[in-house]
Design a protein around this ligand. Structure first.
Ligand SMILES: [Zn+2]
Length: 208
């Protein structure tokens, strides 16, 4: 049995080096990508959507040309364990999801997927064995058509210099960059401030 061009064993090594551990979701994700590719016509140029931000995007990045960085993979985080591969020009494609209706025969997978037991009480090796044995049997594939025009645009558009942090940003975001508009994850200005940069606190930025 293979996952993409790899033996299951080699794929698991690859997962470990890329993802840090052999997450069950990434093994299932490998079968999901395989099934989805089998549902696309040969030679079609496809883009990908992952409906979760957990694990699945990494399986897509390992097994297809689609990555977050090249823009061919979009994460639309609905929290569903599902992916879609679709013709990047026409939108026709397939959606594959981990189907709860098919988990009755696979109790370890069901326990893991629905978190029926704390992780420490789950049997990790039985889980892995069941995932590999089940392969694509726990998955369902659907035909879909992605409405390409409705997807958020990939391009950044015009670029401006942010008056507060003095870094480049897409000017469509407003009169300053999104970080300086209060969305920064840093509690205060990063250390090693740039020469001449005036630190403006959020409370008085409107007053200059
Ligand atoms: Zn800024």
């Amino acid at each position: 049995m293979n996952i993409g061009p790899y033996s299951v064993e080699d794929y698991m090594h690859l997962v470990k080096s890329f993802h840090g551990n052999i997450a069950p979701g990434l093994i299932i994700g490998g079968f999901m990508v395989d099934l989805a590719r089998s549902g696309l016509p040969d030679g079609v140029l496809f883009d990908a959507i992952s409906e979760t931000s957990t694990c699945l995007p990494d399986a897509i990045q390992l097994l297809t040309p689609c990555t977050i960085g090249n823009g061919w993979l979009r994460v639309m985080n609905f929290g569903r364990y599902a992916l879609c591969l679709y013709d990047k020009y026409q939108g026709e494609g397939v959606r594959v999801f981990l189907d709860p209706e098919k988990l009755e025969a696979w109790p370890e997978i069901k326990t893991w997927f629905f978190k029926l037991k704390p992780k420490a009480e789950q049997d990790a090796s039985a889980l892995r064995d069941q995932i590999i044995e089940a392969g694509t049997e726990i998955l369902t594939m659907q035909q879909v058509k992605v409405e390409i025009a409705s997807l958020p645009k990939k391009g950044k558009g015009a670029i401006a210099m942010c008056p507060q942090c003095r870094e480049a940003y897409p000017s469509k975001d407003g009169s300053s960059c999104l970080a300086c508009q209060g969305n920064s994850p840093y509690g205060h200005e990063p250390r090693g401030a740039k020469p001449g940069l005036k630190v403006v606190s959020a409370a008085n930025k409107d007053n200059g």
